[in-house]
Design a protein around this ligand. Structure first.
Ligand code: ADP
Ligand code: MG
Length: 339
């Protein structure tokens, strides 16, 4: 899958953390070695990978992108290295792999941490010696490809757990660009939000973009953006699309499009089989044996739901109310499918 032309890939940002990334990107682009781009989902890893390619001496050659998480293990290897006809069931015709397609260009391996150890072994070889074989063939193919890998997980930890090869990590980590989450570059929130808002205003053929109300600006600044720039973009687009008057600043931040009194209550069904939580004042033990795990889970769930309700579903307030950090609360909400 080839990426769009570089002019569609406008990177926006003015915060020191962002500008530092852009500098690092320009330096790394030149040296023609592997680069790892690390960052939470939605932080712009794909845009940075494209920038690395288009600023590099390879910019006129192919920029090929493979999402390693999108293919099962055996198909990924054939996608990357190609296969000969008849090399496995379903391989009716010969297939040229992405490493051959990307010859003299750049291969962007998104979600690289999801690759199998066997694929990693082949990646190590191709990144060290530029050689590989199509599946089902013993002919060695030479290819000159610059690898850029991206992931949102901590690769050194994955390597310590035996899930990622240390030697491949050392090889790919010649340069590591770690993108800051949006909550750590809050200076950029409004800048990005205005750009995204302006684009929608243009699409809606408004005379101009009326901007955001103070209310909305507060909401934008206060939200923690766990989905980072992608989430901000979606929220702003949704909010501006739903705003009715092109002359009135957009006032309602629409975070959750599924919010509705009629939303199916999947989470309730999930714990239906659990024993009811004991009323808070009653003694937990009445002589009969109880299931510890289920009782604690049900109690946690009820506490979370009540606390959310009490705090009008504001997660920051709920965390304070329960004496948890924001991250502890998010973890608990996720565990109980309450996010
Ligand atoms: N600095 C930026 N300026 C403008 N848009 C950005 C920026 N970073 C990311 N985006 C947008 O946010 C979305 C997510 O970016 P992407 O590169 O796909 O993130 P990731 O690969 O880290 O999940 C895309 O729509 C992208 O265009
Ligand atoms: Mg991505």
């Amino acid at each position: 899958m080839r990426l769009k032309a570089p002019q569609d890939q406008t990177l926006i940002g003015e915060s020191p953390a962002f500008l530092e990334i852009i500098d690092q990107c320009s330096r790394a682009a030149k040296h023609d070695r592997p680069v790892l781009v690390i960052g939470e989902r939605g932080t712009g890893k794909e845009l940075i990978a494209a920038r690395l390619h288009f600023l590099s001496p390879r910019w006129e050659r192919n920029f090929i992108q493979v999402n390693c998480a999108a293919l099962p293990e055996n198909l990924l290897e054939s996608e990357l290295f190609g296969h000969e006809a008849g090399s496995f069931t379903g391989a009716n015709t010969k297939r040229i792999g992405r490493f051959e397609d990307a010859h003299n260009g750049t291969l962007f391996l998104d979600e690289i941490a999801t690759t199998s150890l066997s694929a990693q072994e082949k990646l190590l070889r191709v990144s060290e010696y530029g050689t590989f074989q199509r599946i089902g063939s013993n002919k060695t193919i030479q290819s000159d490809v610059r690898i850029i890998g991206a992931t949102n997980i901590d690769l050194p930890t994955a390597a310590d757990r035996g899930e990622f090869r240390h030697d491949l990590l050392d090889r790919l980590a010649l340069d590591v660009i770690t993108l800051p989450p949006l909550r750590h570059r809050r200076d950029d929130i409004l800048l990005l939000a205005f750009q995204f808002g302006q684009r929608v205003a243009q699409e809606r053929e408004w005379m101009s973009f009326p901007g955001f109300s103070d209310n909305m600006i507060d909401a934008l600044m206060q939200h923690d953006w766990p989905g980072n720039i992608r989430e901000l973009k979606n929220v702003v687009e949704r909010s501006v699309y739903h705003s009715e008057d092109e002359y009135i600043p957009v006032d309602t931040m629409e975070i959750d499009p599924f919010k509705s009194p009629f939303r199916p209550q999947a989470k309730i069904q999930k714990i239906e089989n659990l024993p009811a939580p004991p009323p808070a004042q009653s003694p937990l033990f009445d002589g009969k044996p109880i299931d510890y795990g289920h009782t604690v889970a049900a109690l946690e769930y009820t506490m979370l739901e009540d606390a959310l309700e009490h705090n009008k579903h504001n997660q920051r307030d709920t965390a304070i109310y329960l004496n948890l950090t924001y991250h502890q609360l998010r973890h608990q909400l996720k565990k109980h499918d309450l996010l």
